[in-house]
Design a protein around this ligand. Sequence first.
Ligand SMILES: [Mg+2]
Length: 226
Amino acid sequence: MPDRLVLFDIDCTLIDAHGAGGRAILRAIKDVYGVEGELGDYSFHGRTDPGIIADLAALWGADGRGDVDECITRYVDLLRREIDGGEVETLPGIRELVTALAADRRALVGLLTGNIEEGARLKLEPTGLYSLFKVGAYGSDSALRADLPAVAVARAETLTGRRYAGKDVVVIGDTPADVECGASLGVTAVAVATGRHSVDELAAHAPDHLFADFSGWRAAYDAIIG
Ligand SMILES: [Mg+2]
């Protein structure tokens, strides 16, 4: 039985969808809440889809109009069109790293992402890697990223009968929110600077391991499984 639960963030960790998710979510908010506006300092990175929808609807003065579930349904339709018409880039070393971990009996590989589950599937199917992720915790489980590690741990226990705890849970992501979301569970945090946050910025949040990218994926593999 695997003794390590390895959980990957999606956007800017596994893939770059070239803004497909952001475009779909802004359009869905406009269609369902009837509002739009400037993002200002607001960043999507490290947040969840329902959290982003609620934040921006409030920021732009939706005043109780619209509905998060309806907006998510619209978002899924729009995202499907974006993904069909666009390009999902698998980030350097990811194909090798995820494939090697999925083939390693010591690792149970999964997702920990602010994407809703259907959005995660749409974004990852073009990479051919989607079937390698055996468990997941999603933005559709909670709008708060800090809730998601416990959801993933519970699903992994249902799947394997094993209770993954502490450093045996590995959370991999590109934002300070990814580094910090598992802190209360004492997980191993692996940060990768393939998103908006630099190596220096991520280092300030003291992840257990930090990489500029996964092009030298064996070092990450050793850090995750070692
Ligand atoms: Mg990310």
